[in-house]
Design a protein around this ligand. Structure first.
Ligand code: IMP
Ligand code: MG
Length: 178
Protein backbone atom coordinates (compact mmCIF):
# COMPACT_ATOMS: atom_id res chain seq x y z
CA UNK A 1 0.00 0.00 0.00
CA UNK A 2 1.48 3.32 -1.09
CA UNK A 3 -0.51 5.19 1.57
CA UNK A 4 1.54 3.59 4.34
CA UNK A 5 5.30 3.90 4.69
CA UNK A 6 7.83 2.61 7.21
CA UNK A 7 10.67 4.78 8.44
CA UNK A 8 13.16 3.12 10.76
CA UNK A 9 10.77 0.92 12.78
CA UNK A 10 7.66 3.09 12.59
CA UNK A 11 4.66 3.10 10.28
CA UNK A 12 3.23 6.33 8.92
CA UNK A 13 0.05 6.96 6.96
CA UNK A 14 -0.38 9.54 4.19
CA UNK A 15 -2.13 12.56 5.72
CA UNK A 16 -1.69 15.74 3.64
CA UNK A 17 -1.22 15.51 -0.12
CA UNK A 18 1.39 17.46 -1.99
CA UNK A 19 -1.46 19.21 -3.82
CA UNK A 20 -2.92 20.47 -0.55
CA UNK A 21 0.52 21.61 0.62
CA UNK A 22 1.06 23.60 -2.58
CA UNK A 23 -2.36 25.25 -2.24
CA UNK A 24 -1.58 26.29 1.34
CA UNK A 25 1.75 27.78 0.19
CA UNK A 26 0.02 29.65 -2.63
CA UNK A 27 -2.32 31.28 -0.10
CA UNK A 28 0.57 32.35 2.14
CA UNK A 29 2.43 33.70 -0.90
CA UNK A 30 -0.55 35.80 -1.99
CA UNK A 31 -0.80 37.39 1.45
CA UNK A 32 2.92 38.11 1.71
CA UNK A 33 3.01 39.55 -1.81
CA UNK A 34 0.20 41.91 -0.83
CA UNK A 35 1.56 42.86 2.61
CA UNK A 36 5.21 43.54 1.74
CA UNK A 37 4.92 45.44 -1.54
CA UNK A 38 7.05 48.35 -0.41
CA UNK A 39 9.57 46.91 2.02
CA UNK A 40 12.05 44.33 0.68
CA UNK A 41 11.74 41.77 3.52
CA UNK A 42 14.52 39.39 4.43
CA UNK A 43 13.24 35.84 4.78
CA UNK A 44 15.05 33.76 7.39
CA UNK A 45 14.50 30.09 6.68
CA UNK A 46 14.98 27.76 9.64
CA UNK A 47 17.03 24.74 8.55
CA UNK A 48 16.80 21.85 8.12
CA UNK A 49 13.05 21.33 8.02
CA UNK A 50 12.04 24.45 6.10
CA UNK A 51 14.08 23.87 2.95
CA UNK A 52 11.23 22.67 0.72
CA UNK A 53 8.69 25.17 2.08
CA UNK A 54 11.23 27.94 1.55
CA UNK A 55 11.99 26.93 -2.03
CA UNK A 56 8.32 26.58 -3.00
CA UNK A 57 7.27 29.81 -1.26
CA UNK A 58 10.14 31.88 -2.65
CA UNK A 59 9.33 30.81 -6.22
CA UNK A 60 5.93 32.44 -5.68
CA UNK A 61 7.29 35.75 -4.39
CA UNK A 62 6.63 38.66 -6.74
CA UNK A 63 8.07 41.32 -4.42
CA UNK A 64 11.73 42.23 -4.08
CA UNK A 65 13.13 40.14 -1.22
CA UNK A 66 16.22 38.49 0.23
CA UNK A 67 16.67 35.00 1.64
CA UNK A 68 19.05 33.70 4.25
CA UNK A 69 19.25 30.50 6.30
CA UNK A 70 19.53 30.00 10.03
CA UNK A 71 19.81 26.89 12.13
CA UNK A 72 19.14 25.76 15.69
CA UNK A 73 19.77 22.47 17.47
CA UNK A 74 18.03 19.44 15.96
CA UNK A 75 15.07 17.63 17.52
CA UNK A 76 15.68 13.91 18.02
CA UNK A 77 13.19 11.04 18.06
CA UNK A 78 9.46 11.69 18.08
CA UNK A 79 9.32 13.79 21.27
CA UNK A 80 10.41 17.40 21.58
CA UNK A 81 13.19 17.56 24.19
CA UNK A 82 12.30 21.13 25.04
CA UNK A 83 16.02 21.94 24.76
CA UNK A 84 16.91 24.45 22.10
CA UNK A 85 20.49 25.50 21.47
CA UNK A 86 22.00 28.62 19.96
CA UNK A 87 21.00 30.18 16.71
CA UNK A 88 23.63 30.13 13.95
CA UNK A 89 23.87 31.63 10.49
CA UNK A 90 22.92 35.30 10.87
CA UNK A 91 25.49 37.05 8.73
CA UNK A 92 23.59 40.04 7.37
CA UNK A 93 22.81 43.32 9.05
CA UNK A 94 19.20 43.03 10.18
CA UNK A 95 19.05 46.46 11.80
CA UNK A 96 15.91 48.27 10.63
CA UNK A 97 14.92 45.38 8.34
CA UNK A 98 11.60 43.58 8.07
CA UNK A 99 12.34 39.95 8.86
CA UNK A 100 10.02 37.05 8.00
CA UNK A 101 10.89 33.79 9.77
CA UNK A 102 10.04 30.71 7.69
CA UNK A 103 9.29 27.57 9.71
CA UNK A 104 8.23 24.12 8.57
CA UNK A 105 6.21 23.54 11.75
CA UNK A 106 5.50 25.26 15.03
CA UNK A 107 4.83 22.72 17.78
CA UNK A 108 5.41 23.85 21.40
CA UNK A 109 6.77 27.19 20.18
CA UNK A 110 10.06 26.78 22.10
CA UNK A 111 12.14 27.04 18.94
CA UNK A 112 10.26 30.06 17.67
CA UNK A 113 10.61 31.86 20.99
CA UNK A 114 14.36 31.25 21.03
CA UNK A 115 14.77 32.43 17.44
CA UNK A 116 12.78 35.62 18.06
CA UNK A 117 14.68 36.49 21.24
CA UNK A 118 17.99 36.05 19.38
CA UNK A 119 16.80 38.07 16.38
CA UNK A 120 15.66 40.94 18.57
CA UNK A 121 19.30 41.50 19.56
CA UNK A 122 19.91 42.54 15.94
CA UNK A 123 17.31 45.35 16.15
CA UNK A 124 15.13 44.55 13.13
CA UNK A 125 12.25 46.92 12.33
CA UNK A 126 9.76 44.07 12.70
CA UNK A 127 9.67 40.30 12.87
CA UNK A 128 6.89 38.32 11.21
CA UNK A 129 6.43 34.56 11.26
CA UNK A 130 5.24 32.22 8.51
CA UNK A 131 4.87 28.52 9.20
CA UNK A 132 3.61 25.86 6.84
CA UNK A 133 2.26 23.72 9.68
CA UNK A 134 0.96 24.58 13.13
CA UNK A 135 -0.09 22.33 16.04
CA UNK A 136 -2.55 24.53 18.00
CA UNK A 137 -3.01 21.92 20.76
CA UNK A 138 0.75 21.75 21.42
CA UNK A 139 1.45 25.50 21.23
CA UNK A 140 2.39 26.97 24.62
CA UNK A 141 3.48 30.50 23.71
CA UNK A 142 1.79 33.86 23.21
CA UNK A 143 3.80 34.90 20.14
CA UNK A 144 1.44 35.66 17.29
CA UNK A 145 1.98 33.62 14.15
CA UNK A 146 1.22 35.83 11.16
CA UNK A 147 0.96 33.24 8.39
CA UNK A 148 -0.17 29.65 8.98
CA UNK A 149 -0.49 27.16 6.13
CA UNK A 150 -2.30 24.19 7.70
CA UNK A 151 -3.35 23.41 11.30
CA UNK A 152 -2.38 19.92 12.41
CA UNK A 153 -3.36 17.55 15.22
CA UNK A 154 -0.83 16.96 17.98
CA UNK A 155 0.70 13.85 16.37
CA UNK A 156 4.13 13.18 14.97
CA UNK A 157 4.49 13.96 11.25
CA UNK A 158 7.10 13.33 8.55
CA UNK A 159 7.61 14.46 4.98
CA UNK A 160 7.96 17.69 3.07
CA UNK A 161 11.02 18.70 5.12
CA UNK A 162 10.01 17.06 8.40
CA UNK A 163 12.11 14.13 9.50
CA UNK A 164 11.96 11.16 11.80
CA UNK A 165 15.53 10.68 13.06
CA UNK A 166 16.98 12.16 9.88
CA UNK A 167 14.79 10.34 7.35
CA UNK A 168 11.67 11.30 5.41
CA UNK A 169 12.46 14.92 4.59
CA UNK A 170 12.37 14.20 0.85
CA UNK A 171 8.73 13.02 0.74
CA UNK A 172 6.39 15.31 -1.25
CA UNK A 173 3.39 14.47 0.93
CA UNK A 174 3.07 14.67 4.71
CA UNK A 175 2.60 11.44 6.68
CA UNK A 176 1.30 10.91 10.22
CA UNK A 177 2.50 8.35 12.77
CA UNK A 178 0.06 5.40 12.93
P1 IMP B 1 8.86 23.36 18.83
O1 IMP B 1 10.12 24.02 19.34
O2 IMP B 1 8.31 22.37 19.83
O3 IMP B 1 7.82 24.33 18.34
O4 IMP B 1 9.28 22.45 17.63
C1 IMP B 1 9.80 23.00 16.52
C2 IMP B 1 10.66 22.08 15.70
O5 IMP B 1 10.54 20.69 16.09
C3 IMP B 1 10.22 22.14 14.27
O6 IMP B 1 10.85 23.19 13.60
C4 IMP B 1 10.57 20.77 13.76
O7 IMP B 1 11.91 20.77 13.32
C5 IMP B 1 10.43 19.86 14.96
N1 IMP B 1 9.11 19.20 14.96
C6 IMP B 1 8.01 19.56 15.65
N2 IMP B 1 6.99 18.73 15.42
C7 IMP B 1 7.45 17.80 14.55
C8 IMP B 1 6.84 16.66 13.90
O8 IMP B 1 5.66 16.32 14.07
N3 IMP B 1 7.65 15.96 13.06
C9 IMP B 1 8.95 16.28 12.84
N4 IMP B 1 9.55 17.34 13.41
C10 IMP B 1 8.81 18.10 14.26
MG1 MG C 1 12.24 23.17 12.13
Amino acid sequence: MTNTITIHNKKFKKFISSHKIQNAIEKIAERINKNFKNEKPVFLSVLNGSFLFTADLLKKMKIECEISFIKISPYSGTQSTGIVNTLIGISEDLKGRTVVILEDIVDSGNTLEKIISELQKHNPKKIKVATLLFKPDAYKKKIEIDYIGINMPNNFLVGYGLDYDGSGRNLSDIYILK
